[in-house]
Design a protein around this ligand. Structure first.
Ligand SMILES: Nc1ncnc2c1ncn2[C@@H]1O[C@H](COP(=O)(O)OP(=O)(O)OP(=O)(O)O)[C@@H](O)[C@H]1O
Length: 305
């Protein structure tokens, strides 16, 4: 069952193909990382889900229907380009966004005050946005995206520009939304947040899907590396894709850096070595991290942008 699905969605702007026959799904209650370098098509995809723009072709289903106002009221959205009306107060701002999502003023005010309380900003509820610090305004912006207790929370590059305290607050809110039953989809090119938060992830490159699956499945795309100190030459062991001698010590002990075949786990190699009674001084496993996987999928240049 999916909460959101795209089927062969394509979006072109003149000659530019922003989203290229993209299919994927977000399942109920999951935190979904939407990854790609600049211009990969993340914002365009999100805008189509929110019905801000329409696909050139293909089909989108969200919360049991087509993107539209009814669905929109059940979605929370934090845009990449942030901005609030400087003259409005914090609580007026949140009420304004709540009203746009079909809430009554009373409900939006109650929920808005509860959020400001949680974000330790209740005493600034009546301060104008212009009189707040950048970090405070960011909290108000986050509150505007969750005031309607969305079933699907869509966040476009939500961590960019946040100080470490607000990054933590945002991570906590993402986890809280999930605990309350919502699905969360966020775009980023910083893998630490994905490592910590995501159940599944998708990698886009130039509008095309390069990967969809769990972070563990993504790591399996790259060889596990093992640092071994032994007296044997491990290059001919089963499952060793490459072996590089990186140093040698006394009495024939040699340091090796091994890359394993993708379908071999480090534990299998260790079993082979212990079964043959090979003495070992060191056996350190380095799993590929998600940043390496991201670079592998989109290329050095795109990953750096
Ligand atoms: N309204 C538009 N008119 C013309 N081209 C557009 C428009 N919106 C997006 N594009 C183009 O579509 C491509 C995808 O852009 P998009 O903003 O979706 O990427 P993104 O993955 O969100 O990137 P970023 O991380 O930089 O925000 C880019 O080449 C962009 O220039």
């Amino acid at each position: 069952m999916s909460l959101l699905s795209m089927h062969d969605v394509r979006k072109t702007f003149g000659e530019i193909v922003a989203v290229d026959d993209l299919s994927f799904e977000v399942r109920p209650g999951e935190i979904f990382g939407f990854l790609g370098g600049n211009g990969a098509g993340k914002t365009t995809s999100m805008r189509m889900i929110l019905d801000i723009i329409r696909p050139t072709s293909g089909r989108i289903e969200v919360l049991g229907g087509k993107p539209g106002p009814e669905q929109g009221n059940r979605i929370g959205f934090l845009p990449e380009e942030r901005g609030l009306y400087p003259k409005m107060t914090a609580i007026e701002t949140i009420i304004f966004f709540g009203r746009m999502k079909g809430m009554t003023t009373g409900d939006a005010k109650r929920e808005g005050m509860a959020l400001l309380e949680r974000f330790e900003l209740a005493d600034r509820a009546k301060s104008a946005i212009a009189d707040m610090s950048k970090g405070m305004a960011q909290k108000v912006q986050l509150a505007t995206s969750i005031v309607n207790s969305p079933e699907l929370l869509i966040l476009d590059e939500p961590f960019s520009g946040l100080d470490p305290v607000n990054q933590q607050l945002l991570e906590d809110e993402i986890v809280r939304a999930q605990k309350n039953g919502a699905a969360v989809m966020f775009s980023t090119h910083v893998m630490q947040h994905v490592e910590r938060l995501c159940d599944r992830m998708l990698v886009l490159k130039k509008g095309k899907k390069r990967f969809e699956g769990t972070p563990d499945e993504a790591r399996e795309l790259l060889a596990t590396k093992v640092h071994v100190t032994a007296k044997i030459d491990p290059s001919s062991l089963g499952g060793v894709a490459s072996a590089e001698r990186v140093g040698s010590g006394a009495d024939g002990w040699t340091d090796w850096q091994l890359a394993l075949d993708p379908d071999i786990k480090a534990a299998n190699l260790l079993e082979q070595l212990t079964a043959s009674g090979t003495p070992l001084r060191r056996f350190d496993v380095h799993r590929a991290d998600l940043h390496d996987v991201f670079v592998h999928l989109v290329g050095e240049e795109e990953a750096a942008r």
